[in-house]
Design a binder for this molecule. Structure first.
Ligand code: AMP
Length: 498
């Protein structure tokens, strides 16, 4: 990072000295839980964030799930909350003090599981609420009183409206995977939830990317935040081997079989762009002899958790998933990720390949690119700041030709070519012709521009409330924030009607 402000902590990279948990002087019950989980040294995000959160500062963290982010916020928050710890059975003695918001049920479940483990030797209670499940058991738990509440925004609002929880004693808010919460359209829900919370609080915002919208969200809700970030792109470049193969839609499954065979892969994530494509592809692959399960938004919560378990236990080899369903899932040791469809949003490319090559393990990311994907490839190139070299797939003679077994709707979206737009032709010229089965090609290295641009904290006059908070404090005067771009007009319209 170049332009550092006093509130900006440098990017940690592989040269940064590793810090042991012992150096933190965590309270005994937390230290014991951490030791039991086998954590010895802190991950970069933990080394940066924990001391800052312990000081009671707002944090804007650039880190993905899988970097040890949960402990990075949960441990220092729990340490701060230990002063309220008590063994009383009275719900009044266990008000919600920390609220952790996440965009998906799976993520909420995962984060809550970890928080339970970190707090296992304390008297701090934690609970998770998310949609797609019966509200009753959640209500019972809330009514007993919990100090740490993990939630997805929609379901939390349901509980607030049903008066199942009171948030007027919340001291800490964590907005986790904030970029995805905005993508899913949770902005109005977030705004409503934040309006129920005390103004005096510590807010931690984590996001894998700092889009302008995220920066605006942070500028509005965070007070004098400290930026902590980890050099995710470097970690990705050094541990994930990335290849882009030129494959047309009807050949993609055949190519998948070939690469699984060539690489001797036992398990992989396969990403597609549509729910329909997801279900169909999973079915076809299953027919073709691969143990496959699908994870997409149309599946019930129960089915999704089962699919996940089946993959984690090794019962299935392939997990075919859409982005929203798979976002942030902590599944260790996935040897490979296939982008059966190149993602519509280049940022999802980074999220997807983050499923492999975790914690220093070698990973493989394979992306299938067809001729109509020119624009999407250009987007990924721009994000990675690298020219993508397309490779051909060479098929073995003896690989059964599944191409003859029917066509799959692979969820691709064709873009309209404007007159004079030659991108498709230029792209077609780049498609390799001579078949070469060269997997030893130098993998693509990503240089995420995001981390080279430091976050600039807002310059707020002392005592000035962030604009959105000010709007929430005067509901009658609520206007559409200038922070909301034209593309978010639907969301803005919702604000007006609140
Ligand atoms: P998270 O990014 O919080 O989802 O964490 C990803 C995985 O890393 C989880 O399985 C954690 O249990 C694990 N983990 C977190 N911090 C550490 C650490 N310091 N040492 C080893 N494993 C960790």
């Amino acid at each position: 990072m170049t332009d550092q402000t006093p509130d900006t902590v440098s990017v940690l990279n592989s040269d940064t000295p590793i810090m042991a948990f012992a150096q933190l002087q965590l309270a005994a019950p937390l230290a014991r839980a951490v030791a039991e989980m086998g954590y010895e040294s802190m991950t970069p995000i933990q080394a940066q964030a924990i001391p800052v959160v312990l000081q009671g500062r707002d944090v804007m963290g650039a880190a993905q799930t899988g970097t040890g982010k949960t402990a990075a916020f949960a441990l220092p928050l729990m340490q701060r909350m230990l002063k309220h710890e008590n063994a009383s059975t009275s719900p009044a003695r266990h008000p919600v003090r920390a609220l952790v918001l996440l965009p998906t049920r799976e993520l909420a479940d995962q984060v809550a599981d970890n928080i339970k483990l970190y707090g296992k030797y304390t008297n701090l209670r934690s609970a998770v609420v998310f949609g797609g499940m019966d509200m009753k058991p959640q209500t019972l738990e809330l009514k007993k009183g919990v100090e740490v509440l993990v939630a997805t925004p929609g379901r939390l609002l349901d509980h607030i409206e049903a008066k199942n929880c009171v948030l007027n004693q919340v001291e800490y808010v964590v907005l986790d995977e904030a970029d995805r919460m905005l993508d899913i359209g949770f902005l109005p829900d977030l705004q409503r939830i934040l309006s129920f919370l005390p103004k005096q609080r510590i807010t931690l915002l984590f996001s894998a990317t700092f889009s302008p919208e995220i920066k605006r969200l942070a500028n509005s809700y965070l007070q004098d935040p400290v930026l902590v970030e980890v050099a995710r792109s470097n970690a990705t470049a050094s541990t994930v081997e990335q290849h882009f193969y030129s494959v047309e839609g009807e050949d993609k499954r055949h190519a998948l079989h070939q690469i699984l065979k060539d690489r001797g892969l036992k398990q992989a994530f396969v990403f597609v762009n549509s729910k329909l494509g997801c279900a169909r592809l999973a079915r076809s692959l299953e027919h073709e002899g691969l143990k496959t399960t699908a994870l997409h938004g149309d599946k019930s919560q129960d089915e999704r958790l089962k699919a996940l378990e089946a993959f984690k236990s090794g019962e299935v080899d392939l997990l075919v998933a859409t982005d929203v369903a798979a976002r942030g899932l902590d599944i260790k040791d996935v040897p490979a990720v296939f982008n059966f469809d190149i993602p519509f949003h280049a940022e999802d490319y980074v999220h997807r390949i983050g499923r492999t090559g975790r914690a220093g393990a070698a990973g493989l990311a394979v992306t299938f690119v067809s001729k109509s994907d020119a624009r999407l490839v250009a987007d990924v190139e721009r994000l990675l700041k690298t020219k993508i070299e397309l490779e051909p797939v060479v098929y073995d003679e003896d690989l059964p030709d599944i191409r003859k077994q029917g066509h799959i709707n692979d969820g691709r979206r064709l873009y309209q070519q404007e007159p004079g737009d030659t991108r498709r032709e230029e792209f077609a010229a780049r498609v390799p012709r001579a078949p070469r089965n060269d997997y030893r090609r130098e993998p693509v290295k990503s240089q995420d521009p995001f981390f080279s641009k430091p976050y600039e904290p807002p310059v707020l006059a002392p005592g000035t409330a962030p604009s959105w908070e000010a709007a929430a404090a005067h509901p009658g005067a609520r206007t559409v924030s200038s922070n909301i771009k034209a593309a978010k007009r639907k969301v803005a319209a919702l604000f007006k009607s609140v």
